[in-house]
Design a protein around this ligand. Sequence first.
Ligand code: ATP
Ligand code: MG
Length: 413
Amino acid sequence: MAKQKLQSIRGIHDGLPEQVRNWRHIEDVARKVFASYVFSEVRLPILEPTELFVRSVGEKTDIVSKEMYAFEDQGGDYICLRPEGTAGAVRAYLQAGLTRAGAQRWFYMGPMFRRERPQKGRLRQFQQIGAEFFGVSGPVEDVEVLSMAQRFLDELGIEQTRLEINSLGCVECRPAYREALLSFLEKQKEFLCETCHDRMGSNPMRVLDCKMKSCQAALTDAPEMVNHLCQACDTHFSGLKEGLTALHIPFTINPRIVRGLDYYNRTAFEFITDQLGAQGTVLAGGRYDGLVESLGGPATPAIGFAAGMERLEMLLPQAEVSAPDIAVVALGDAVSAYALQQAAKLREAGLSVIHCGGGSAKKQFKMADREGAKFVVTIGEDEMKENKLMLKNLSTGEQIKTVLKAVIEEVRG
Ligand code: ATP
Ligand code: MG
């Protein structure tokens, strides 16, 4: 019987050089942009107590009820692979006792796990780049966080996204809105799907977010939170809109953007693209002023977002390529040791160098070409005797025989 081939788990992909080059680029851009807003990187556990997500994301959500990789370990503890980053960040913030340390600006990047149905842009292990800003409540900080997200996408050259914002109100104004929404939904009930019937009982605002066309059609005249905001939420929302306008960040208001959970309030936002089908949300976030308190800390306002690395990658205008500065071509066994030494010296000078392995000149030049080298250094017996190198610029075709130091200067440009 043929042995079955070992494969990675469905929806869990390998990061091969081609992808990792793109990911590294996205990470580098994130670090640069986030540093300019004085956000600091944190590296948080991938394994967390299951209870953390039950208490933060909520037992009734799809993420916790169906999608978590949760298990009992050998010691009888209930642990899981984190499905998202915010809950762990809040836990770490509380555990480190930072609630009195003033505003904290954090960002993170790393793998998240959800047992969803795998599709393009929807994986079971995926990577998020996220930011959390603790201890600030004003619309100014919302604007700062949104402008940081916009800047991040701009620096990546991702232009096909649009920003949609909404306000989810607060504990003051949401209950009345919820009642208004519920009575509207009762009238439309026959047109809504089964899942929405359930949502009406647990979290009616989630009905607004239903992906079913028939549900969306029934919701055309649904009351909108933005028209039911209390004075404080309305002022906050105005401040947000004014700030975005001042920074020339285009946005539209989408009253259908909701977050399923009670601790989310006021600002909610998504950067959306039409290029990725149903996986159109590239970066999503919002204010969660209630979460720190609900996880046992003092009432602390906060706002954050997370972007999906794999979705960002699909939108990159061009792939990152690997191009060595120099390919070393060694002609003949007699120069073998000398060529190795020259390659080592070029690397010590900070250049990236591949050694084409010796053998026929044709084979070596082919390799230099395939690797995309910018220059070729050819070493034959003449060059060795003169202690020089033959340097060829592959884009101009120019060729000179010169000493190592001059090669380094020329290649550095
Ligand atoms: P979606 O509506 O696409 O399911 P979500 O609301 O579940 O997204 P969040 O939990 O807000 O997403 O996560 C933030 C971002 O992480 C998303 O906008 C997306 O870019 C990315 N993301 C979420 N789930 C996945 C997944 N299963 N595979 C790849 N990326 C994902
Ligand atoms: Mg989802």
